[in-house]
Design a protein around this ligand. Structure first.
Ligand code: BES
Ligand code: MN
Ligand code: ZN
Length: 499
């Protein structure tokens, strides 16, 4: 989809549909909706006074212009009560509107800068939200579908129409929104891809492609190099798979200093069967999504490379399958992580924390000042927070606050969970330094406490996206399947750390 800003009057633009906004509880129209209403001879104000257009959030009303405007249709997008408006609501309303218009076969859309001027929302952030809402809401993963009849139409062009005075602000916002949304959709593509199309080797190839496209440094460590580095925890998990594990490193340099400001670590299990501690068959296909953290950090790097914050960022993705096999690691095995700590494997299904132990060790070895890891780590986090909120766990409150506010800006809900030291007790092993499960209760927290042992004294935040990485239903700008959660938070975090 092409997104372009034009300095024009919304009543003069030719398109299949023009979008204007309306607010709940407002009966006096003004701005673009009023201009369009006049051109239509008061049709919209009539619908408003009759109560058919209420302005409720995500309400979409399509009115045909019947030749009274160059555009074929006027679409009134409800944005709710003006006092409650946020950029996230604009994102959502645009997504809903665009999906409905696609259904109607609309190919070209023009929109006014929805919500701009309300609640301090600038034209720039409105344009960013419009670009994000449209690109994210129209996302579909149809790569493997060959049936012709299921192909729905495509929106080819989205024009953002404003006065010449705000044109460059609109352009800045829409460019940023496009970069961020495309990165999110890239993560969605990687996550939705099944395990036979996205192996650890395929993830490594993707990293090389991104590096090539956006000027990042890439290195891929193979098994021998992992052995040399002593990554016994990652290698233990990889033993059950015929696919060679890959340790992916993507490097962005935005600052002249040699210091590595932040390492973004992502869990890259391309399929999690549970290993010898085999998962039940029901819903096991969802476990192709166990690479969502890895996909998120890689995708975030592609946007960071384009937005160019003055900061150095490295993404680290330990990638492997977790499968049962004659050579697979077993419950009771003891593994030695890169840091030297020994781990008793109680469940081979608690594999995420094992591969992350070595990735955190590697990030520390690189001298990362901050570490944020993203992982579909525990069913317990999904039970606790559902698919609405990501769980955050931290050893440093300043970094946690930064991550929370980056999430807030992205409209990605993140809830910080407790990290009291008493939880450590559950991870105690009789035969090794630590064990890889802490029992049933507080499972998301004991998993985080396990990781904390490997983050050691580096300021670190762990995001458990087991609940939020996939969704079963369409909701505003997320569609069924992978959500691409955390990508936008990580991008905002890198931008904010650079300030
Ligand atoms: N990948 C799973 C967690 C998961 C569950 C992600 C549901 C997305 C949806 C993880 O590797 C896992 O299996 N965790 C176990 C840990 C347990 C054995 C301590 C779990 O949560 O059951
Ligand atoms: Mn598992
Ligand atoms: Zn897993």
């Amino acid at each position: 989809m092409e997104i372009r800003v034009i300095a024009d009057d919304i009543t003069k633009v030719k398109a299949d549909a023009v979008i204007v906004n309306h607010f709940e509880g407002v009966d006096k129209l003004d701005g673009d909706i009023s201009a369009v209403d006049k051109a239509l001879g008061g049709a919209i104000s009539q619908l408003v006074s009759q109560g058919e257009i209420k302005g409720k959030l995500n309400e979409v009303t399509i009115v045909h212009s019947l030749g009274k405007l160059p555009a074929d249709r006027v679409v009134v997008a409800g944005l709710g009560k003006p006092a409650d408006l946020t950029v996230n609501k604009i994102r959502g309303a645009v997504a809903e509107t665009c999906r409905q218009l696609r259904q109607k076969g609309v190919a070209t859309i023009a929109t006014s800068p929805l919500g701009a001027g309300i609640n301090n929302i600038s034209p720039e952030s409105s344009a960013q939200a419009i670009a994000e809402g449209a690109l994210l809401g129209l996302y579909a993963f149809r790569k493997h579908i060959t049936r012709e009849e299921n192909k729905f139409g495509e929106i080819k062009q989205l024009l953002i129409v404003g006065s010449a005075r705000i044109k460059s602000a609109l352009e800045g916002g829409s460019h940023k929104g496009r970069v961020i949304a495309e990165a999110t959709n890239l993560a969605r593509d990687m996550i939705n891809e099944p395990a036979n199309f996205m192996t650890p080797t395929d993830m490594a190839e993707m990293a090389k492609k991104l590096a090539e496209a956006h000027g990042l440094e890439v290195s891929i460590l193979d098994k021998e190099q992992m052995v040399e580095l002593g990554m016994g925890a990652l290698l233990g998990v990889a033993r059950g798979s015929q696919q060679p594990p890959k340790f992916i490193i993507l490097n962005y340099r935005g600052s002249d200093s040699a210091e590595l400001n932040i390492a973004l670590v992502g869990k890259g299990i391309t399929f999690d069967s549970g290993g010898i501690s085999l998962k039940p068959a029901e819903k096991m296909e969802e476990m192709k999504g166990d690479k969502a953290g890895g996909a998120a950090v890689m995708a975030a790097m592609s946007a960071i490379a384009q937005l160019k914050p003055k900061i150095n960022v490295t993404a680290i993705v330990p990638a492997t399958e977790n499968l049962p096999d004659g050579n697979a690691y077993k419950p009771g095995d003891i593994l030695k992580a890169m840091s030297g700590k020994t781990i008793e494997v109680v469940s081979t299904d608690a594999e995420g924390r094992l591969i992350l132990a070595d990735a955190l060790g590697y990030a520390r070895k690189l001298g990362a000042k901050f570490i944020v890891d993203v992982a579909t780590l525990t069913g317990a986090c999904r039970v606790a927070l559902g698919d609405i909120c990501t769980g955050a766990f931290a050893n440093n409150q300043d970094l946690a606050n930064r991550v929370l506010s980056a999430g807030n800006e992205a409209g990605e809900y993140i809830w910080q969970m407790p990290m009291f030291d008493e939880y450590k007790e559950q991870n105690k092993s009789d035969v090794a330094d630590i064990k890889n499960t802490g029992g049933r209760w507080g499972g998301a927290i004991t998993a985080a406490k396990f990781l904390a042992e490997f983050a050691e004294d580096t300021p670190w935040v762990h995001l458990d996206i087991a609940g939020t990485s996939m969704t079963e239903k369409e909701r505003t700008y997320t569609v069924k399947g992978a959500t691409g959660v955390a990508v936008r938070t990580l991008i905002n975090l890198a931008l904010s750390l650079a300030q």
